[in-house]
Every structure is written in structure tokens, then in C-alpha cells.
Design a protein around this ligand. Structure first.
Ligand code: GLC
Ligand code: CA
Length: 565
């Protein structure tokens, strides 16, 4: 495997709207981000991914772009963006933008022109398709619910939108559209971006015959995912895009890919893959329901650990996946992956330990580093997210009570991760001097940066130590390129693996006890040193002296141990 400049980096996702508001309008902004670059640097972050900051009507929180060349007024100006780039560069940091090119906003000039002239040039930038028998061209359900087709006013045509109807899908078959997109990507790369996180990209290839599928829900529709799964040839688009853009700049790209076909990993993220990396969503897909949030499955420790292990075994030697605990589309990891008894600081540190030292590049999501949690709401009107509203309706339609439907939202809502960043215990968690665009999680009084900065044993302090260990000169080689070797796979509570370097012979054991009882972990080699633990590092040394050949971990205890090689 070729070594790449970004392999040993740690990345951090910023959701700009909820990061830090500098002017009291209740909306996070670029000025807010600039003021926290030292905070991120101090945490150990190298790469920052900004969720969309382009001009947008914010129907899907910026994932509906109306001008790819403009910064949303809510967030600031292009001058401020340039300043952000310059300030990151000064600190040796890199910036990724979100690249949303499966669709744009219905307010984009292209779409407006297409509506004006539904047989003209710009209609060819979208999928304008004649209806069948006076109905939609096919029975696709969009990702946000309802038909994926919307009538083009005054015609017998429909346009395709796999997400909201305000997010018309772009037609990648059209070379002129592709050219426009490449031009735009290069324009940003010329500015000095390090690369992109690439949104929903697997969806860009459509089967232009738009076949209908067997309905899979009571609405008589079939998920548009079916078409994505069946259509062949999306890779040719990825290659074309890469050759015309990213490759020329040695840019880093991390793709959001669900529904990849079997055995395509090397094509996607191998040495000369379509992308640098892609997110490992295996843990996040595990509990997904067949119909929606209302029938999602409870998390089982063994299944969870095993899908992560399976991903690790599959990817190593081929490429680097991006490992996440949460992002702006997922509930908070500490509320989701930790059993109730572990939903505390020890648990948050344990989850960080087992996740950040996996093989791959870690992406930390804002607030994760202080252990931010899901947020309970009492009424659906308190949610903003378009997908949450749809899932709430679905739950009610399936016969859930209001309480049950609200519980589904509490567990799954994308807004769980979108509540503003908790900087302090003061008014609005120090996020804004105005009224936050989305209500704070009230637990900011207990969980916040200012309080954790003061405390050596806080989650935040632990994240710093963990990242520092990962990047330390002594262990960086092993913790970046060392082979992943699973351990204790028979255990029902231990999450353990090794990173073993072929370069320097080091063997580092990462072990954590997710159970309620104290548990022993057999050691495959003699312990040289405890590199990090979320509790009782010294004690582990002593115990090792007593119980040769094993270490004993308390409930929620995690340890990183250098073994004799
Ligand atoms: C991706 C984004 C999500 C957005 C969707 C449509 O999944 O992460 O937030 O709603 O694409 O752009
Ligand atoms: Ca603001």
C-alpha cells in the first residue's frame, strides 16, 4: 500500500451552524470557527471538514446548494473563508469542504432556468422525465419520504429528487453538467482546500429507464435505493471526476458511500481508487430498521464489535477507511453505543479509546470530544430536521403512540448531533449571545468545554492524551500502519485488538471492558508498559505484577498496553 500524506492525520467535523456564533444571530459562523482554531489545534486536530457553507435555502441544512461559488450569508463572507484558510495553514492544518453534487437546490440558477424552459438546455442538467399513464415515471420513494418525483409545472414531465423535492438530482449523463461540476471543484482546490468530503455520491448514476420495483412499504412505493443497488457503472463517473479534479491536486477525498457492491473496496479506496477514503458505516447500519426508525433493532455488543472487526479485517492492506463514532446524520455515539451503565465519562473515554486507535483515519464530530449526548424533546415541533419529521410521521402511521414516536426520534434523530456546541455552563452554553437556531441540549450546564478544560480527568483531557498517543513519535508508525489483529473474540464484553507493526515489531494491545463485571484479559506477550488508561494506570502495572499473563479490567475500563514483541 502506498503511503499518503493524510494517513497519520486526525480529522474533525464541524457543523458550522451549530459550532460557534460570533454575532448574536443564533447561527454559528466562520468567525466563530476561526476563533476556535487554537482549541482544535490543542486537541490535536490536523484536518477540518466543514459541513456545507455554500449559499443555500437550508431546507436540508445546507445540503441544498443554490450557489456553489458563494458562502452562505448566514455564515459570513468569502473574505472570512479566505481568512479561515490562511489561519489553518499557519497552524499546519487542512480544510475539507463538503461536496454535494448528486443534487443542488431548486433555487439554483440551473434549476430555475430548467423550469422556465423544460425542453431547453438546462432541463438537461436534471432528470426531467415524462410520466407514465398520467402518473410518476416510477414508484420510487425518496430518502426523506414520499415520491421521488415531482411534477414540472405546466408539463407532463416530472423531475427526480432522491432527497427532498427542493433537492433536484443532477444529470451526470450530461457532459456539460460534469464539466460545470469539475470547474467548480477545481476553483475551490485552487483556493487552497485540501480536499472534500463527498456527499451521497453513490447516487449519481441512474438507470435512465427508471424501472419500478416491488413496493416495500404501505405507501406502495419502493425505496429509490433499489435503483442505486441495481444500476451498474457508477465507477466510470468517479474516475472521470478524479482525473479531472482531485488527482491534479493530490487532494484528499472521503466519500459517503452506502450500498457499495461486494468486493469493490479496492476500486473505491485502493492505491489508485476512486477516492482517498470512505466512511465505515457498518456500526451505524447495524440497527437500521426495515421500514424506518420505528422498527430499528436494539444494539447488541457482540454484533456491534464484530461488524467493526469485520470491516477492519476487510480493509487493511487495501486502503484506509474513515472511522467515526457519530456525525451530523447520526445520534450521539455515547447514547447509542454505550449501555446505560456506561453512559458516563468513563464510558465516553472507553468508546474513544477503542474507536480512535482502529486502523484508518479517525473523524471526530464536534462535541464528541466532551461526550455530548442525545437530547430529549417533548414535542415534534421542537425538531428542525426534515428526516426526523418524516420518520415521526412514519412511526405514527405504523401505529406507534405519540410517546413511542417521540422515543424513536430521541434515539435516532439527526438533530441529536446538531444541537449547538456546549462551550461553557453560561447562558446558551456560550454558543451564542442571542437565541440559538436550535435549542441547546439542557445538559450543557454539566457537559461543556470550559468545565472540562479545567479538569485533568475530563473526557476532553482524555481525548487530548489519546490523540497525542496516536501521533507520538514512538508509537505513530504502529498506530497508523500496524496490522489490526482481533483479540478476545469469544468474549461477550471485552473489545480488544492489537496493532502490530511489521516495520518495527511493536505490538500494542487496545482493550476495554464494556460489561458490568470485572473481567480478565489474557496477555499474548509480557506487558512492557501501560501507555494509556481511563482509570488506574498505575494499578494495572501492579496487578500485572501479581497476575502474570493477564490484566484485569473493571467495568468501563480501557487500556492501551505495549507488549513485549
Ligand atoms: C448526506 C448528508 C445528509 C444530507 C443528504 C442529502 O447523507 O450527510 O445530511 O441530508 O446527504 O444531501
Ligand atoms: Ca452568527
Amino acid at each position: 500500500m502506498k503511503r499518503k500524506w493524510w494517513h497519520d492525520k486526525v480529522a474533525y467535523q464541524i457543523y458550522p451552524k451549530s459550532f460557534l456564533d460570533s454575532n448574536g444571530d443564533g447561527i454559528g459562523d466562520l468567525r466563530g470557527i476561526i476563533s476556535k482554531l487554537d482549541y482544535l489545534k490543542d486537541l490535536g486536530i490536523d484536518i477540518i471538514w466543514l459541513s456545507p457553507i455554500y449559499r443555500s435555502p437550508f431546507v436540508d441544512q445546507g445540503y441544498d446548494i443554490s450557489d456553489y461559488y458563494k458562502i452562505a450569508e448566514e455564515f459570513g463572507t468569502m473574505e472570512e473563508f479566505d481568512e479561515l484558510l490562511a489561519e489553518t495553514k499557519k497552524r499546519g492544518m487542512y480544510v475539507l469542504m463538503d461536496l454535494v453534487v448528486n443534487h443542488c437546490s431548486d433555487q439554483h440558477e440551473w434549476f430555475q432556468k430548467a423550469l422556465e424552459d423544460p425542453d431547453g438546455e438546462y432541463a438537461g442538467y436534471f432528470h426531467f422525465v415524462k410520466g407514465k399513464d398520467g402518473k410518476e415515471p416510477s414508484n420510487y420513494r425518496s430518502y426523506f419520504g414520499g415520491s421521488a418525483w415531482e411534477r414540472v409545472p405546466g408539463t407532463d414531465k416530472y423531475y427526480l429528487h432522491m432527497f427532498a423535492k427542493e433537492q433536484p438530482d443532477l444529470n451526470w449523463e450530461n457532459p456539460r453538467l460534469r464539466e460545470e461540476i469539475y470547474k467548480m471543484i477545481n476553483w475551490w482546490l485552487e483556493k487552497g482546500l485540501a480536499g472534500f468530503r463527498i456527499d451521497a455520491i453513490i447516487n449519481i448514476k441512474k438507470d435512465l429507464s427508471f424501472p419500478s420495483f416491488e413496493p416495500d412499504g404501505p405507501d406502495g412505493l419502493a425505496s429509490c435505493v433499489k435503483m442505486v443497488e441495481e444500476v451498474q457503472g457508477v465507477g466510470a463517473y468517479f474516475e472521470d471526476m478524479k482525473k479531472n479534479t482531485f488527482e491534479k491536486y493530490d487532494a484528499f477525498t472521503v466519500a459517503e458511500v452506502f450500498n457499495m457492491k461486494e468486493d469493490e473496496l479496492a476500486e473505491f479506496i485502493g492505491d489508485d481508487g476512486h477516492f482517498s477514503s470512505m466512511f465505515d458505516f457498518s456500526a451505524h447500519e447495524l440497527t437500521q430498521g426495515t421500514h424506518g426508525w420505528y422498527d430499528c433493532r436494539p444494539l447488541n455488543f457482540n454484533e456491534w464489535r464484530d461488524v467493526i472487526f469485520a470491516s477492519q479485517k476487510k480493509v487493511q492492506g487495501i486502503g484506509f477507511e474513515a472511522n467515526i463514532i457519530e456525525n451530523h446524520d447520526e445520534p450521539r455515539g455515547v447514547s447509542r453505543f454505550l449501555p446505560e451503565y456506561a453512559q458516563n465519562e468513563a464510558g465516553a473515554k472507553m468508546l474513544a479509546t477503542t474507536s480512535l486507535l482502529l486502523y484508518g483515519i479517525p473523524f471526530i464530530y464536534q462535541g464528541q470530544e466532551i461526550g455530548m449526548t442525545n437530547c430529549r424533546r417533548t414535542d415534534i415541533s421542537e425538531y428542525d430536521d426534515i428526516s426526523t419529521k418524516d420518520q415521526y410521521r412514519e412511526a405514527l402511521r405504523a401505529g406507534c403512540t405519540t410517546e413511542q414516536a417521540m422515543e424513536c426520534c430521541y434515539e435516532n434523530s439527526r438533530d441529536n448531533a446538531r444541537t449547538p456546541m456546549q462551550w461553557s455552563g453560561g447562558a446558551n452554553g456560550g454558543f451564542t449571545e442571542g437565541t440559538p437556531w436550535l435549542a441547546m441540549n439542557p445538559n450543557y450546564r454539566d457537559i461543556n468545554v470550559a468545565e472540562q478544560e479545567k479538569r485533568e480527568d475530563s473526557v476532553l483531557s482524555y481525548y487530548k492524551k489519546l490523540i497525542a498517543l496516536k501521533k507520538s513519535p514512538e508509537y505513530k508508525e504502529t498506530l497508523t500502519y500496524g496490522r489490526f489483529v482481533a483479540d478476545c473474540e469469544e468474549s461477550g464484553c471485552i473489545f480488544a485488538y492489537h496493532r502490530v507493526s511489521e516495520e518495527n515489531g511493536q505490538d500494542i494491545l487496545v482493550a476495554a471492558n464494556y460489561g458490568t463485571e470485572t473481567c480478565a484479559v489474557p496477555l499474548k506477550g509480557k506487558m512492557v508498559k501501560v501507555l494509556l488508561s481511563n482509570a488506574g494506570k498505575e494499578e494495572l502495572h501492579e496487578k500485572e505484577g501479581r497476575d502474570k499473563g493477564k490484566i484485569t479490567l473493571e467495568s468501563c475500563q480501557a487500556a492501551v498496553i505495549l507488549l513485549e514483541s
